[in-house]
Ligand binder design. Sequence first.
Ligand code: ADE
Length: 246
Amino acid sequence: MRIDIMTLFPEMFEPVIATSIIGRARAAGKIDIRCHHIRDYTLDKHGRTDDTPYGGGKGMLMQADPIYNCYQSILLQLGGKKPHVIYMTPAGSLLRQKRAVELSRLENICILCGHYEGVDQRILDEIVDEEISIGDYVLTGGELPALVLADCISRLCDGVLAEDICWQEESHSEGLLEYPHYTKPFSWNGREVPEVLISGHHANIDKWRREKSLEKTRRVRPDLLETAPLEESDREYLHKLEEEGQ
Ligand code: ADE
């Protein structure tokens, strides 16, 4: 997987993508993430990349041309192979794990980060395949969202996490929130690890974890229960919680 990022602030990326799991995966050649400075592609002699909006209104908009030139240079590097182009915007569709899994199967992704009041609509019409939001709140630019997306996709790529099971078992991959985890020591600040986890009885442990997932999802994200793949035993447990008034 190669991810190309078009941004006016490339310096925001390097510290993050050079660190920890993503940094190691890049060093090992499992993923290739490259940043491109849109300002390097403006033909304006003052290095300008933005201008005021037609029709009036506050703020500045990123111009189409520098982004287009930047994109053409990426296309050239990819030997003309068109990447899937994503624009990060609070007006996009909400990023979900299911979409991240689909995106992780693509070979080339190119992410455009907006800044200021946004970008000229014509560049979106010309090159963008999909608009993604990372949540219903507004950030100062698309750089942090692009990092969130790149991280979320990268860890799903083959060989990035130690074992695929790591991401298949966690929150959101099965439509439910994850159960709680405990490590040593057994007793900490007067709080003990639930007995079932040291029982060695795997069926009981699985059952306990499933129930804790259901309880947490019901409490924090009840909306997820409408689409999560639930077994008959899950429904019975949820019904029991309902009856107990929990
Ligand atoms: N740019 C600004 N806010 C954003 C958000 N919530 N998601 C994606 N891009 C953004």
